[in-house]
Design a protein around this ligand. Sequence first.
Ligand SMILES: *Cc1c(COP(=O)(O)O)cnc(C)c1O
Length: 855
Amino acid sequence: MHPGTPFVIEVNPHIPQRLSRLTELADNLWYSWDQPTRTLFARLHSGLWDKVKHNPKAFLKRVDEERLNAAADDHIFRSNYNRVLSAFDTYMREPQCLDMSLDLKPDDLIAYFCAEFGFHESFPVYSGGLGILAGDHCKSASDLRLPFVAVGLLYRQGYFSQHIDSDGHQIATYTDSDFEDLPVNPALTEDGRELHVTIELPGRNVEVKVWEAQVGHVRLCLLDTDLPGNWSEDRNITHRLYGGDLHTRIQQEIVLGIGGARALEQLGLKPTVYHINEGHAAFLVVERIRRKMKAAGLSFHAALEIVAASTVFTTHTPVPAGHDHFAEDMIWDYFRETCNDLGLQREEFLKLGGAGYGQEFNMTKLALSGSRFHNGVSRIHGQVSSRILSDMWPQVLPEESPMDYITNGVHVSTFLAQEWQDLFDSQLGYEWRRLRMDADFDNAFWEKVADIPDHLFWAAHQTLKAKMLSSVRDVVTNQHMRIFGSVARLERMLKFTNPLDPNVLTIGFARRFATYKRATLLFENMDWLRSTLKNDDRPVLFIFAGKAHPDDKPAQELIRRIYDISRWPEFEGNLLMVEGYNLSLARRLVAGCDVWLNNPIYPMEASGTSGIKAAMNGVINLSVTDGWWDEGYDGSNGWAIKPAPEYFDDTRRDQEDSRDLYEVLQDQVIPMYYRRNELGFSNEWVRMAKLSIITLLPSFSSTRMVMEYVNKFYGPASRQWRRYSAGIFSVAQNLADWKAKVRQAWSGVRIRRLSDPQRRILFGESAPLKISADLNGLAPEDVKVEVLLGRASKNGRDKKLQTMCMKPLERIGQEWVFHLELNPEMCGKLLYRVRIYPYNQYLTHPFETGLMVWL
Ligand SMILES: *Cc1c(COP(=O)(O)O)cnc(C)c1O
């Protein structure tokens, strides 16, 4: 050690006048999806660029002034700089889109809340899939010029960096961010002071500083409690992403939901639609209700109606245990005062989060209580969510449940490699770039990819593969040298990663390590693996990467196992466990492998997005048909592993699924890759890679996803907001009163059959049907009585064919008679069922009350 204390002084260069707008480029996350902008910085000093982890702002503070001056005098650099700026200016000057087809009005504003955002490796406020999805959502909202603002937390420490030691153990290192280096600036009040908001925690107030980041057109507000005026434990609330104990967790969520709402208000923003992306931000609902009650003098229930009708909630977790929950007493400690403000009893408040009867207060339940638009993130996940949350609407058929789905998408400009972008520019014309701007872009356009000459297509792929292999070599070499491994061994390990000869079939598996993703499924049958990998004519390289949560020991064990097997002499060179998975490595891998492998336990993969990134880069998916791949796979654009039935035990499912995986690899993937033509590549392979792009890129882009949110949710939510606000919120108040009345009466509502069932009719004839309903004081207008006509199907669930509404006929004593002439539009043996449920034209979803009675 050197004696003495080191003191730090950072010397910042002057940015030359001619390059002054570099600072502007560094301050807008546009650079996170515009490769030419990043290249501009890298060209100034590529070593420093890597050292500052591709962070433009940090780069500009450390780069030598001489280099900047030289660049300012270099006309080639300047012309590059001007080109980048001109693209940036064109993008930024495009006016806000108020295309009426979007169903949004000029004063609409969508506020999007999430606990993490992943834009770029230089901005470490994300851990994985959820954050990157949120980042992509903002990027597409910017591309589409939506009126959109996002809210999150600014963590001092983001997620950890990962090293793997010589025994295969994951070493997690957390680093403090210097906010001066991040693309954020303090949000300012109108009179130019830093904006702070206050939140109340038990026995104290906590000050929260608001920061802003610019994501193209979109403003992102980030909250930070690390202020000198706060107690030291409160300064730590936003210390670490998903860090700390349950108290930290609930405090972070209070800062996000409640502090976030206050920050927007202080900034003078008046969102009309709120989107809660995963339950962490659900306290937002409580704050909005409180404010509505105060500002408009509404009752709690009226305020709830208006808040919920303008709120969208997206759930991302397919297991109930994955939903955040807190003990009742803890909630009470934090929300006692709030209950006073809301005029609620303890039990009433707890019920919002589904607490009681042995259940804890659940953030997913709170978000559901406080929103009328809910979705899962793929078709299967929508169904699974509707099943696990079915106690919210027990009598409603799963396929009609208010839990809808919007399948995740990926931001094309961020994840489509520059080589493809250039090739598409030259081969398809710039037209393809409309994909990101125009809501109604035609998917059939992509069929042109089929016409790209195979050798050009393959050359682009091979270039990306070589770049990826080169990055992987660098990481593995570092990893190996750090543990003092031998050079001879390193060479054996890297024998199939030669960037000059990228002709070994390379299969990638990189994602968060969680046990349900079954990273080690490939190792179910080592004999099979050995015999397949021993074939010297057709070598295969598997690349694994990913982080396990520091508390998830079983997942860390998976990393250790893969690392261990990769060092068995027989597998040396065929398997690599690469450390330090982050966005930068992810972009390389999803563009540079040949095949992208995913084999989760069905139906645990809510959507999965890395496979989409791969697909759009012509990297072919081999995956369990779960999440997005169940919708994306069409028989020709990749390979599918059909999951073993859910009722098999885990061991059996692993066996069945791995056998499927082996068969596909050995019978299809490996032979196809090595059936090479005289130019050295496989035509069939290129055909499939093209189909992957053609069929999957447009349908799984985040433009498509965000447009679906606009059409299905944001537009309708803004409409509901307007309807409910009409007449000083009288609609909301009336609806709340109506719901109270209906809930009161419902336990006494009954229906019974009057007419004798007619068992046989001729086509074209009708069978009269009469039922009698005891409405327990409700009026016939308060309900709908429906006949559902269907056909029996094997799974015991009727296939629905037709829904018909019965009309009230007369009142007899306490009961109302409803009738219908049943005239089916088809022949055969049909089934019909009758149901009654509350109806009001102002409801957002017909079954939102969850009340229904079947005959
Ligand atoms: C895309 C991405 C993920 C999510 O991948 P999944 O397939 O959804 O597991 C996680 N981490 C990084 C860095 C990514 O880029």
